[in-house]
Design a protein. Sequence first.
Length: 86
Amino acid sequence: MEQARVLADLLGGKEAGYDFSFRSAVFKFADLSIALIGRTRGDGKWLNDETKVFYSGDRPVGAVVFGNLRKALRLEKEIKEARRSN
């Protein structure tokens, strides 16, 4: 969706760009949704049974979320904001 927004801005004459270094994806297996957000390598911290967050120092850089896509979208936004503020 973000790539579509960038394309729409470009076609509308606005300057826009897409950050290819940050990726996220959602997969669905039967009734289980799995979201992979940002960098998901190394040791992460399980926040609960459905969410594991990966850090660089104290800054979140990635997450894996099982089943809760709303939580995944919130985490994706937080991780992107943390990237911008750094």
